[in-house]
Ligand binder design. Sequence first.
Ligand code: HPA
Ligand code: MG
Length: 226
Amino acid sequence: MEAEERRNSLVIKIPDNFKGYPLNSFCVPAHYTEDLAEILLPCGLILDRVERLAKDIAIHYEDQSFRALCVLKGGYKFFADLLDRVRQYNRLSGQSSVPFSTDFIRIQSYVDDKSTGNVRVIGLDNLENIRGKNVLIVEDIIDTGRTMVALLEHLKLYEPREVKVASLFVKRTPLSNGYKPDYVGFETPDRFLVGYALDYNERFRDLSHVCVISDTGRKKYANDPM
Ligand code: HPA
Ligand code: MG
């Protein structure tokens, strides 16, 4: 394969001064109209970018299998859509294909919009089955980076062959520990994002577009899990 093809695609950087799209340019559930400030990324654009990430990932593995590890709950939409596109690649590419299996884990570290610093890995599949395997961690967002660094440290115990990380979003924040994933969909401004499975106290997982929460939404759902 040509070197050019092997290079990962370009991350889309959303500038700090990007105002987003007005809510009434797209369809937004009526129960959230007061709770959102703007649409940062319409779902259609996310899916087009996910398609390209799937291609980057398929080219990386090229005829090797991998275990896709979904970080619940926020990662479930990205995980499902990304793997759909890897399946599509396998159906259509004809030349190479990349078999994969799936595992699910849950990590808790956020209350309201704050990273608590206490990272707990819970509800695991038996991680013994990653021993000696290629693992692709699929995460919704890297914010401070603390959760991912802690997870990578935890997974070392099981001695996987290789670990790669795909995160749909990486936030530009002064609180970042500098961690950079292998595959990134979008680099975003330092705003709290909801939708496409990203939540605020369990709200907004039923929203398709990625939006910025409004002050009203933030107050309404503070410490009030659905
Ligand atoms: N939104 C939802 N969950 C998150 C975020 C965010 O902006 N950052 C870290 N976890
Ligand atoms: Mg997450």
